[in-house]
Design a protein around this ligand. Structure first.
Ligand code: VG1
Ligand code: CO
Length: 539
């Protein structure tokens, strides 16, 4: 039976960089999740005939959220839901299923790389028919509606069994439960040369993939161990757990510490990688070697010819403004398009849809291509393994040769976390106001050539977005400041540092960036305003 339930609006349902992200307990408040889903449904309008794909990264509240979603979709007249078995689907697999089935949209319940559990975070990523997360014009509309919502519709019924593959019905709505891994594997087999990868493992190549107790474990076991023949046990933390076993599923040097320690030990495998909670981020490691995500994007782009799906040519490449300029040099050398966009994968969607770019990446451990409209952790790992298989070189050799050819962008990101929203906002406003006056000033030996907000004009829909402030120095170094849009409380200030060197290739990034980081603190008055003399997280 369809029920219409009266509700009162919450006023904080504004989507950030990767959807709506909140403390799990906030999401679990009465009608909170329902209000938000109904706001999306109301934004879409007529739901008759519409088909959506639904799943999540398995974190705490995922099972409850999916049941609520199914019942609300049925009550709102949705024609069909395609659901990942047991309610699991990674963000890239979801985008693939969405595109493959020409569905009208997709919902992935995940707070991505944020911790899970009752005291962690929960989130909703909402994609439209493009396969990518919806543009700001739509998230703004959802937010407006959420502030005025008065009722939502829900079907009263028992929970639906989504553990078995097959088709069933709730009211008039069809529910198809699928194996999300199968389609994903098929897609990867079309992109990469699986035979070459099998040969690599046959020769004794070793890898460790850390799934961080999140959604990619079963995908990684199927692909790396069962299909490609990596040794049993190559995939660790493979069991998706509601609280990720206490891990913070953010694949970087800080949070993927166990993998990093292993890869820097004498027992290290030939190759190491980790993915985040919902499987769209990746970290790449060699033996005692770390590849920055910015370098990774540049190296993948430079080697596109080694991959069957791209061998005939790629359109171009995109990067977020905060990502280092390493890939710009590759784009120039290959004479392909090059685009710089605001932070957030949704800004790549128009560029991919209009055949302007094939590859894209962000400094936050995201790389991907136009095979889907989200970043893709396992895709990046397979790409790296393919380069290794085709060149016979190690991760370190591949990266160092790249620097030898193009020079090296030393790169680090500093996060200042747990700052009050007011302090964060004021710091950014004041800094923006003083940017014009910084020209020609010198800080710690670095002279400013230009300082300006980053403003993006989308060449397809002509929308304008301002995101972050960039200080350019005369030697090509850059500092980017921006506020995080994925936090579930307070503000996080991100400071991104980049310094280019053509000859000095083997320095410690901390040494190379020490003075620039001091300049960054002074320019934005970070210690005075936040009381912090050091970043909370450095990646
Ligand atoms: C962060 C990253 C950004 C990424 C976003 C979503 O956003 O910096 O590059 O696109 O997370 O990632 P912010 O606003 O906190 O800096 V995730 O893996 O949704 O899926
Ligand atoms: Co993610």
């Amino acid at each position: 039976m369809i029920k219409t339930i009266a509700t009162t609006p919450y006023t904080d349902q504004k989507m950030g960089t990767g959807g709506l992200r909140k403390k799990t307990k906030v999401m679990m408040q009465p009608n909170y999740f329902e209000n938000f889903i109904q706001s999306i449904f109301n934004t879409i309008g007529d739901l008759r005939g519409k088909v959506f794909i639904v799943g999540g990264d398995g974190r705490f509240f995922n099972d409850i959220a999916i049941q609520k979603f199914i019942k609300m979709a049925a009550a709102n007249g949705v024609a069909k839901l395609i659901i990942g078995q047991n309610g699991f689907v990674s963000t890239p697999a979801g985008s693939n299923i969405l595109l493959k089935n020409h569905t009208d949209g997709g919902f992935v319940f995940s707070a991505s790389h944020n911790p899970g559990g009752e005291n962690g975070d929960f989130g909703v990523k909402y994609a439209n028919a493009t396969g990518g997360q919806v543009p700001t014009s739509i998230t703004d509309k959802i937010y407006q509606i959420s502030k005025e919502i008065k009722e939502f519709k829900i079907y009263e019924s028992d929970d639906i069994d989504i553990s078995k593959i097959g088709t069933q019905k709730l009211g008039d709505m069809i529910i198809e439960v699928i194996d999300p891994i199968k389609d994903y594997v098929e897609m990867m087999e079309k992109i990469f040369d699986f035979e070459a990868l099998k040969q690599l493992f046959k020769k004794g190549f070793t890898m460790r993939f850390d799934a961080m107790n999140a959604v990619t474990g079963p995908y990684a076991i199927r692909i790396f161990e069962e299909i490609l023949g990596a040794a049993k046990g190559s995939v660790v933390h493979a069991q998706p757990l509601p609280d990720f076993g206490g891990l913070h599923p953010d694949p970087n040097l800080v949070y993927a510490k166990e993998l990093v320690d292993f890869m820097y030990s004498d027992q290290a495998a030939d190759f190491g990688a980790a993915n985040d909670g919902d499987g769209d981020r990746n970290m790449i490691l060699g033996k005692k070697f770390f590849v920055t995500p910015s370098d990774s994007l540049a190296i993948l782009t430079d080697n596109y010819k080694l991959i069957p799906a791209y061998a005939n040519g790629i359109y171009g490449v995109g990067k977020s403004a905060a990502t280092s300029t390493a890939v710009a040099r590759v784009a120039k050398a290959h004479n392909i398009g090059y685009y710089e966009v605001p932070t957030g994968w949704k800004y790549f969607v128009n560029l991919m849809d209009s055949n302007r770019i094939t590859f894209c990446g962000e400094e936050s451990f995201g790389t991907g291509s136009s095979h889907i409209r989200e970043k893709d952790g396992i895709w990046a790992v397979l790409f790296w393994l393919s380069i290794i298989a085709k060149t016979g070189k190690s991760v370190e050799e591949i990266t160092k040769e790249h620097w030898g050819k193009y020079g090296r962008s030393y790169y680090m990101r500093f996060d200042f976390e747990g700052i009050s929203t007011e302090v964060g906002d004021t710091l950014m406003k004041d800094l923006e106001n003083k940017l014009p006056s910084l020209k020609d000033k010198t800080f710690e030996g670095f002279t400013i050539e230009k300082a300006a907000p980053f403003i993006y004009n989308d060449p397809v829909d002509h929308s304008t977005t301002q995101n972050g402030l960039i200080v350019y120095f005369t030697d090509g170094s850059r500092i980017v400041y921006r506020l995080s849009g994925t936090g579930s409380s307070g503000a996080t200030i991100r400071v991104y540092l980049e310094r280019y060197s053509l000859k000095d290739l083997n320095q410690d990034p901390r040494d190379m960036l020490q003075n620039l980081s001091k300049a960054a603190m002074i320019i934005a008055e970070i210690p005075e305003r936040t009381g912090k003399h050091q970043a909370d997280v450095v990646t």
